[in-house]
Design a binder for this molecule. Sequence first.
Ligand code: AMP
Length: 523
Amino acid sequence: MLFSELGLGPDVLRAIEDKGYTQPTPIQEQAIPWVLQGRDVLGCAQTGTGKTAGFTLPMITMLASGRARARMPRSLILEPTRELAAQVSESFETYGKYHKLSMALLIGGENFSEQVKKLDRGVDVLIATPGRLIDLFERGNIMLNDIKVFVIDEADRMLDMGFIPDIERIVSKLPKSRQTLFFSATMPPEIRRLADAFLSTPQEVTVAPPASPAETVTQAMALVHDVDKRKALRHLLNTEEVKNAFIFCNRKRDIAVLQKSLERHGFNVGALHGDMVQSKRTETLDLFKKGEISLLVCSDVAARGIDVQGLSHVFNFDVPLTPDDYVHRIGRTGRAGKQGRAFMLATPDDTKLVGNITRLIKREIPMIAIDGLETAEFGDEDARPRRGGRGGASAGAGRGRPEPRARAPREERPAREERPAREERPVREERPVREERSARDDRPVREERQPRESLAAAEARRNSEPRRDRDRGGDRRRRRDDDDDDASVIGFGDHMPAFMLRSARPRPAPESIVEAADQGQEG
Ligand code: AMP
């Protein structure tokens, strides 16, 4: 099928041609005609399928006629994270370049007054994260009663992040007669219930079975002992042909430590997580997209929707706590028909989490062995060797299979590997969140973390909270503007408190955080 057969306007078609797209993707082919007919759409599609253009292209065609009034946007797109919102606004700029549509991006961490000025002038397209939108609404800067097209993107992520009460609140301010487009990568029952509440006789379009990892991603997993993870990662980085990669950690504090460790080992690496100020997040992502940073150690803020063209690798330094996150993380690579490679480092503690993932994706993840590291056994952490007692298994030995596309390892920087063995594990010892969760299957984790709250209950609780507290983040669990990780996890940014680095036994003071961490891992 051709784009010209979908009913899009000529200026949109010109912009698509400039962009170099020759054919609509399946989600575009299925969704665009329904959107243009004014129907509600329930789209089940992973990121990477072209779903953003699936809703932006017809919206531009539909909004081409008509004018926005001051403070009364004509369309609203809700995104769970600032990065995604920014990405959607870039799509509008690209595909709407021959139109004169005005657009405002309302995201946390950016200047309020600039955003308010834009709204005052009138906008056709408003792209927002829920928290900031509610703030501006409460201040009277915005009216939502002229919204004709409403898009909820990444609905399952919204659920994860506790945005659903906010979204219910926003929807209650929208006109009843509107068109709603609802997209989600997965369709668990909670999301379906929401879709039933928000959509009116929707047309359903599904382009991939929920939560199926793209076929273009080659997956592999190394089972190592916790203390060996950094070394295993470096080995993979040195032996794989890594052009650029996301390296996912579960906890923000581990991100800073891992980033510094990799820096010390000579890698060109940045970090991205929800505790960073927005300007730094944007700058880091830009540098990464430009290729000036080739590795990004990140939290799940980077797992959804972030579109980096041609990302060659994804490394799960930690096994994600929910299997959906695995699918989203590895979905950053192998996009737009390109091949990608995804590696995961699992430890014996991760048995259940890995089981949850393989159940969801309905396949085993091939195991590989790492040169010079003993391959661990699932569920066998007690039997692991003491620190420094390397088993000496080589690539392809033990339970592992040969590394995919192995090539001669570049010379590893040996300095840290040669440290004398020690027995303490100072930094990564405590894993309460993971252990508590690993005994359950994937869904209850979300339900427990984000109990659904009715609109009335949410309002009552919101009103009973002191305003100052809410503004400072007292309502953080429910309404993190765009935060990413588990709310029970405390991020320390780049600063690791000293008490966390102190080992059980007295030893000479480490030179730096990284050294301490490296010592802790590498013995
Ligand atoms: P998305 O799933 O919306 O994040 O899109 C993933 C990637 O696919 C983006 O880099 C888009 O630029 C690209 N893309 C979207 N539509 C097409 C198309 N019809 N042909 C080729 N690439 C596309």
